[in-house]
Design a binder for this molecule. Sequence first.
Ligand code: 6R9
Length: 653
Amino acid sequence: MPDGTRPPSEEFAAKATIDRAAYDAMYERSVKDPEGFWAEHGRRVDWIKPFTTVKDVNFRYPDVSIRWFEDGTLNVAANCIDRHLAERGDQTAIIWEPDDPDSVEGGGAQHITYRQLHDHVSKMANVLKALGVGKGDRVVIYLPMIPQAAYAMLACARIGAIHSVVFAGFSADALGARVNACDAKLVITADGAPRGGRVTNLKDNVNKALLNDFDEVKCLVVKRTGQQIAFREDLDFWLHEEEAKVSNDCPPEEMNAEDPLFILYTSGSTGLPKGVVHSSGGYLVYAAMTHEHVFDYRPGEVFWCTADVGWVTGHSYIVYGPLANGATTLMFEGVPTFPDAGRFWAVCAKHSVNQFYTAPTAIRALMGQGDEWVANHDLSSLRVLGTVGEPINPEAWRWYDEVVGRGTCPIVDTWWQTETGGHLLTPLPGAIPTKPGSATLPFFGVEPAILEPESGKPIETVEAEGVLCIADSWPAQMRTVWGDHQRFMDTYFRQYPGYYFSGDGCRRDSDGYYWITGRVDDVINVSGHRMGTAEVESALVAHEAVSEAAVVGYPHPVKGQGIYAYVTLMSGRESSDDLRKELESWVRDEIGPIAKPDLLQWAPGLPKTRSGKIMRRILRKIAEDDFGSLGDISTLAEPQVVDDLIENRMNRS
Ligand code: 6R9
């Protein structure tokens, strides 16, 4: 077909549980009768006390409130573990593939059955209780991709504690800020985190983070590497020692559907990360339902999502969605290029993976390594391929399709956000023809709207381009910003009254397909990770040599977007390569390696309006090496700074 439209193969469509006609009928019902639709699908999880009300939602500023299944009670961990024991207690729940493929006895992997998962989680839950953690308390999880990360999340869920997972690649400072922001009682970490053959000293970072003002915060340590670590007296505990003292019987706490399950900090357009709060009931229903239908998951199959549990994708599609469905979920500790660029495909072959879900940045990086890395492995078990995190360029899509999927696996391009809890725009593999680069159509219950950015009017024509909003709630929608409901309403509901505003730009084509065009705010997307430009700027200006900084994104061949920093030094300070390196490692220490600027330009001045606002539009153009079209710069206070910036630009094609 001319625009690359690809229907599901006949073979796939023949076995589909949801074909096109079923999708159309279910979608229509889901938006015309959301109460009836979700009353039915809400029952896919086990309720202790069944809900009698389904949806109670107000999107109108300043009274925004979102509640689903409000009077129901359940326990998320019991749904992810206990209810599977009778039927599949001996089935593998988690396959763990370590960083070093040869390191673990029995062939470099661990298989954890549902029964074993039950034991590990119950014990850890009892340890948490013994350390004084109770219902509603916050626990920060700062762990590598090891099974204990999933145990820790589920142990919190079992006793009704609220977890906040902090990506293990974040620095001590970023960790400390997150412990503080949610007033956590306990941090769960490991001695060290091996990744790509190198070890990060996680416990060291925790010690640094908790050094000042945190002498109430305890720390539970998983032994992963056995390296030497410093313990804080009376505050630090080895997990294996504490587990030896407790039983494996821990009755699950009865939680309300609306009780928070977790907080996850994510970047916004201002400096402070937002604590996105997710519910127990609605979140679980939606994570499980999308996992089943979007990946066409069938009992007994092996599902692999390559994300880190530090991101929402790891929460919904490594842990909660798959385990709620009684699936076998694969957890990978390493990186795609260690010990060599065939690692992803070696793992797929080794564990006969059926669904593989990764990010465009990884696909592009591996595409650059050559096809032979893929061809060396037997990928015949693969049925469905997925992508998430950023728009996928058609070239990478085709490589994924032809080389990895051998033209036989539907590709599900899933658009969603930390805030949405689960997929909102996505094909269903047996129902929706795909187009390279489009997240296609809405999932059940999701009502996308494209608004004119200025007027905020919904564009009613099929073909449309503007900002992407959602007109009504879905069960996994975030409920609030932790400790700051006003910020929640201001960020998502104020600008376009009556709608949830995603922050993304979007185009709808003549078939009604959605194409995400990228963020419309000051958030950039580096290797599929969200980064607020303001966060990087405030890290830079915290350095004593820096007087001002402006950060923008620019197109990067592998990362999608790279970080371009303009830095103005304090008067009297000289620029030098040493200072450049110092600032780069400064940002690493303040936030983490993912925030390190790719390009850093010394800027004697920044282009500003007369009212002192930095003109980012101009900085973006210069960073893109596209300064022929700067537009009107007559409103600048000092137009000549632009010439200097152009002359010394860093990104020359
Ligand atoms: C799940 C996740 C959310 C932002 C989102 C958008 C971008 C995610 C995408 C995509 C185009 C896709 N994004 N998936 N853009 N196509 N399939 O990534 O959450 O880290 O919160 O990022 O990522 O810009 O607004 P999160």
